[in-house]
Design a protein around this ligand. Sequence first.
Ligand code: MG
Length: 274
Amino acid sequence: MKRFLYLMMTMAVVCAFAQQQRQVDRKSRTSPLGYDDTPVLPGQKWKVHDIARPRPAMVTPGAKPGDPPSDAVVLFDGKDLSQWLEGGRGGAREARWKVENGYFECASGTGSVFTKEKFGDVQLHIEWAAPPEIEGSGQWRGNSGVLLMNRYEIQVLDSWENPTYADGQAGSIYGQYPPLKNASRKPGEWQSYDIIFEAPKWEGEKLVKPAFATVFHNGVLMHHRKEIIGRMAHKVVGTYAPHGPEEPLGLQNHDTFVRYRNIWVRRLGTYDQE
Ligand code: MG
């Protein structure tokens, strides 16, 4: 019995010492900045943990989720539509949508709006709210749309207890693919889209890569790198037609009073040393 107790006490002392050693080690541990004696990664010019591989640039994230990071282009500051134009039969003009209380709202009798600046591959954050007062039904309830490159539409619609065709509800790639789920909030409540968009690529008149979209609605995945069939179209299959590598971001006027705020994009640069 005595020997057993002695053994246990010895083990306890050893364990305490080891624990102390571990704590000391934790504070002074370092790791190599990289290696130059590791195998080359398949399809890359870099080795595993390559010491020579450049490290990505710092980006300061937004102070809270949804805020623009430091390298974003902020397209609406809550005050004016100076970065937007309005389309129409007479050509582009200054946007006339109503600005109030930190948001802007589609105005009846005006055209769709689009940014002065053009974009290709982007990460886009945008917040919208369907009108608090329910008017009409189906496609007449809070219809608008995020028009990527002014032609590929992620549908904005009040899809809270408002049945319509599946490829036309909120979060759909309009006329092509329904969203994976319906994550709609009630009319009047603010909602978010986070979109990763890959622009189509052309060689002259020939499409060599279609567009792809990944879409989150209120943080819920709607599309995972879905291939876009063509431009937005109603009751027909949308098709592609050549356009520039960068085009404006548009917001559709469908004659309902949809509101927008907190809009920012990041151009999707590639990591320098791929
Ligand atoms: Mg629409």
